[in-house]
Design a protein around this ligand. Structure first.
Ligand code: VGL
Ligand code: ZN
Length: 210
């Protein structure tokens, strides 16, 4: 694997927040294991951006807001199929905070998402209906970024959607496959996500190849 030139590259650290860490409300198995790895990966990049899942307590993706429904059920939410989640990453709570061991000193910006109660937002760029943009795409273009490297949580949701949107916006897109973990509601969801990304043109690499 060729070593990269990072002047026109950005690292996007997706949703490394307490609620996605073992012990959190929507725990991702081994989610804590990406933290030291992401800290060392950050040293390679001049541009580091983070995303933060940041829901109001009345968010439509929470099973608790749909009487009779339970987490991981699917519903129609204003015309889109929505997987229902445990209450997680509520604005201002400890669960929404970044993991305490995650290095944040060199972050340029944090893009919050999932604030509209009527639509979920897995991607750091757009909500799931693609009605609203966070500004991340324009931010990266304004900085002259051409390559986007994605890591964080969770592989089968927010990491995948962020990488796919980066690709659709014309960025050369890379998944750092050892710096992410999957929710795996169904076994192999993580593997399938990698396959789907690879087939779409996302470059899959390991942190040792950076
Ligand atoms: C995520 C489910 C719900 C994620 C966020 O960060 O992958 N997954 N909200
Ligand atoms: Zn969420």
């Amino acid at each position: 694997m060729m070593k990269h030139n990072y002047t026109d590259a950005a690292l996007i650290v997706v949703d490394v927040q307490n609620d996605f860490i073992p012990g959190g409300a929507l725990a991702v198995a081994e989610g804590d294991q990406v933290v030291p790895l992401i800290n060392s990966i950050q040293e390679k990049f001049d541009h580091i951006i983070a995303t933060q899942d940041f829901h109001p307590v009345d968010h439509g993706s929470f099973a608790a807001n749909h009487p009779g429904k339970k987490p991981y059920d699917q519903i129609d939410l204003f015309g889109l199929t929505q997987t229902l989640w445990p209450v997680h990453c509520v604005q201002g709570t400890e669960g929404s905070a970044f993991h305490a061991g995650l290095e944040q000193k060199r972050w340029e910006a944090v893009f919050q998402k999932g604030k509209n109660p009527e639509v979920d937002s897995y991607s750091g760029f757009f909500d799931n209906a693609r009605r609203g943009a966070t500004g991340l795409g324009d931010y990266l273009k304004d900085k002259g970024i051409q390559k986007v490297f994605v890591c964080g949580l969770a592989l089968d949701y927010c990491v995948k959607f962020t990488a796919m949107d980066a690709l659709s916006l014309g960025f050369e897109t890379y998944l750092i496959s050892d710096a992410t973990r999957a929710v795996n509601i169904y076994p192999k969801d993580g593997e399938k996500a990698i396959q789907e990304m690879a087939e779409s043109g996302v470059n899959i690499l390991s942190s040792k190849d950076l």
